[in-house]
Design a protein around this ligand. Structure first.
Ligand SMILES: C[S@@+](CC[C@H](N)C(=O)[O-])C[C@H]1O[C@@H](n2cnc3c(N)ncnc32)[C@H](O)[C@@H]1O
Length: 319
């Protein structure tokens, strides 16, 4: 990703604290077996100019009229090198990138319920390949910074941004914990699908709060379980085949956590059951998926016998 425009933009602002993470020196010390190969593939991407950028339900970067069939084939082969594509959908120069998750459905559920993103500076913690960043720009955001430590997704984000380099949505390879603390400058902070991966969910909420300016809005999305105030589920081992799930709170517990951490106006925006229509195997994500994680004889349970995935989206204000 070319960070030059971002570097210029954050100079002299609170976000300048992110500058060290934009330097080659920082990227060089990232240890991941495939990172060097992905960076080489990124450097070899065809340089096609996207004649149009459509940041709607299917994020469309360019169309098939922007390149010849040979170039399109080369691009398809490059995209295949970055499988699995989990978050989408995208269309790149006529190639349909039908990803595991139809993220447009989650965005549909929350977009009408959050404060307008018009002119806002937004932080997307655990942004994956940056699908939602494009939707946030569509909704009027002025700048979107995404953070994600999973280098495979960061590489995908950089691939996408190669064809949309004028758009102010940037993905940085780092965790929220590594990021400079107490930035206190974002108007809206999103943390979607992250808190249950944290061993210390309360610390996560405090760190999210400290990224916000006073009065800013947190949009938090998480798996939840039924139960009263104080109840949360810690799986004995895996949850839906995932070994990094620590706390699944009830909605009342989540509300209590947020309030205790100093948020106000805690409001449930949406509750949904994750379906095999929203998360499924595709050509671009051919591995195990939700259907393989549910009890075949009872889809209300995971294969570990725990409640099947349900998700809640909550809005809260930094007081
Ligand atoms: C379940 S995915 C959710 C992706 C996207 N936000 C969504 O809602 O579809 C969780 C993402 O959070 C990232 N993640 C995990 N721990 C994180 C942390 N401490 N800081 C930032 N991102 C984190 C993971 O790498 C992964 O991409």
């Amino acid at each position: 990703m070319n960070f030059q425009a971002l570097k210029t933009r954050i100079e002299g602002t609170a976000l300048e604290a992110l500058s060290p993470f934009l330097e080659e020196e920082y990227l060089q010390q990232i240890k991941h077996g495939d990172f060097a190969r992905w960076r080489r593939l990124l450097a070899e991407l065809p340089s096609i100019e996207a004649g149009s950028l459509n940041l709607g339900e299917i994020v469309q970067l360019g169309s098939d009229t922007d390149c010849d069939p040979d170039t399109q084939l080369k691009l398809r082969q490059s995209l295949q090198e970055f499988i699995p594509w989990r978050k989408g959908p995208f269309n790149l120069f006529g190639i349909d990138l039908d990803c595991e998750w139809r993220c447009n459905l989650k965005w549909q559920r929350l977009q009408g319920e959050i404060s307008s993103l018009q002119g806002r500076q937004v932080l997307d913690v655990g942004c994956g390949n940056g699908y939602y960043g494009y939707r946030m720009l569509e909704a009027g955001a002025d700048l979107v910074i995404g953070l994600d430590p999973h280098i495979a997704y960061v590489a995908q984000a950089w691939l996408l941004h190669h064809f949309a380099s004028t758009l102010p949505s940037y993905v940085l390879p780092l965790t929220l914990e590594q990021a400079p603390q107490r930035l206190q400058c974002f108007d809206t902070v999103f943390s979607m699908g992250v808190i249950y991966h944290r061993r210390s969910p309360i610390d996560h909420l405090v760190q999210l709060k400290e990224c916000l300016r006073p009065g800013g809005e947190l949009i938090l999305e998480t798996l939840y379980v039924d139960g009263g105030t104080g109840y949360s589920l810690t799986p004995d081992d895996k949850y839906a085949r995932m070994s990094n799930v620590w706390f699944l709170p009830s909605i009342d517990t989540l509300t209590q956590w947020l309030t205790r951490c100093g948020f106000s106006n805690v409001r449930v925006i949406d509750e949904s059951v994750t379906t095999t229509d929203e998360q499924r195997k595709t050509e671009w994500m051919p591995f195990d998926t939700l259907a393989d994680s549910l009890d075949p004889s009872n889809p209300k349970l995971t294969i570990e016998g725990l409640p099947a995935p349900k998700r809640v989206v909550v809005s809260a204000t930094r007081s």
